[in-house]
Design a protein around this ligand. Structure first.
Ligand SMILES: Nc1ncnc2c1ncn2[C@@H]1O[C@H](COP(=O)(O)OP(=O)(O)OP(=O)(O)O)[C@@H](O)[C@H]1O
Length: 321
């Protein structure tokens, strides 16, 4: 963060959203997104991702806090913000009888300065489907049509709500490639996703939401680094975890034993692995199925969700991403 407010294309401060009946879906979150950055919002089902993105899109008024997109309030100053943003909702909801080309033309008619519809369809790989009715498209093709429509206005800021849900592996990779190309051309992208590899691969920074609060935020590497690495192995018959050097001395921060299988957690992977291997060598012990791995974003996510659910060390506050 460079403190230069003009670089923050999206700024969210202590944002709250309360639905009728008093349910608080977004409970005071803060983050900012820089120009030309891809930022991912992750979270378990019902964490508040869509509720947040809708506030950024100006579709609802926050119950508290502040949102600025391109320096404007997207709800109160919708006319200033809307033409400069592209929105891909979770459910596009287009008339299913229209063809792909008709849908794109109809949509382009509502966008000032729209790029040619065929160009948008080409970007998402649907140029060969112009004559196909929307109802005949596969789920993945519909998501790509949603994305083409979001791109029609050549937006400065793109909101993508689960852009690759329903896409096969190739379609997902193609979409990532397109999002990266858009970013390289200067577009700022905020996306929500359930695919952790998508966030790890695409996003410069991310925030993990849990029950309306930010549970962790930073670069994928920063979020992952906060989680322990894992070492697992199987001890030979007749050996027990108590035969290892004292776990504290090995830098182990947690362990589980399941029969002869031992799983160690550590924030000092090199130290723990070295002590373990030196011990095994000295004791002439063959460690079966030895597996040493750094935490992945997926492990970080599951760890955060588990901690939050257990209420243990919940880090659900004051993350300024
Ligand atoms: N219109 C509404 N009225 C009342 N509660 C709502 C409404 N819309 C959403 N919620 C609740 O707000 C919470 C957050 O929902 P939201 O759709 O923002 O979550 P999400 O993180 O996008 O989830 P998912 O990953 O399942 O799409 C959920 O508990 C949901 O049930």
């Amino acid at each position: 963060m460079n403190g230069n407010e003009h670089e923050h294309v999206i700024e969210v401060t202590d944002l709250r959203r309360v639905y009728g009946g008093g349910f608080e879906a977004v409970r005071g979150i803060s983050f900012s997104v820089n120009r030309g950055e891809i930022f991912a919002l992750l979270g378990t089902n019902g964490a508040g991702k869509t509720s947040t993105v809708e506030l950024l899109e100006g579709l609802a008024r926050p119950a508290g806090g502040r949102v600025r997109v391109l320096g404007h309030d997207p709800y109160a100053e919708r006319a200033a913000v809307r033409p400069r943003t592209g929105v891909m909702l979770q459910e596009g909801g287009f008339p299913s009888e229209l063809t792909v080309a008709e849908t794109a033309r109809m949509w382009a008619g509502c966008v000032s300065g729209a790029r040619p519809p065929l160009e948008a369809l080409e970007l998402v790989g649907l140029a060969g489907k112009t004559g196909v009715r929307v109802k005949q498209l596969s789920g993945g093709e519909r998501r790509r049509l949603d994305l083409a429509l979001a791109l029609l206005g050549d937006p400065e800021v793109l909101f993508l709500d689960e852009p690759t849900t329903g896409l096969d592996a190739e379609g997902r990779r193609d979409t990532w490639e397109l999002v990266r190309r858009l970013r390289d051309a200067g577009t700022t992208v905020l996306l929500t996703t359930h695919y952790l590899e998508e966030a790890e691969d695409l996003a410069e920074r991310l925030a993990i939401l849990h029950e309306g609060r930010i549970a962790a935020a930073g670069t994928p590497a920063e979020v992952t680094a906060a989680q322990p690495s894992r070492i697992s192995f199987e001890l030979p018959l007749g050996y027990f975890v108590g035969d290892l050097p004292p776990l504290d001395d090995m830098g182990v921060c947690g362990h589980e034993v399941d029969g002869r299988v031992v799983r160690l957690r550590t924030h000092e992977l090199q130290r723990t692995a070295t002590r373990l291997l030196v011990w095994a060598e000295g004791a002439a012990v063959e460690l079966g199925r030895l597996d040493v791995r750094s935490a992945s974003l997926e492990e970080a996510f599951l760890g955060i969700a588990r901690e939050a659910a257990e209420g243990v060390g919940t880090r659900t506050k004051e993350y300024a991403a």
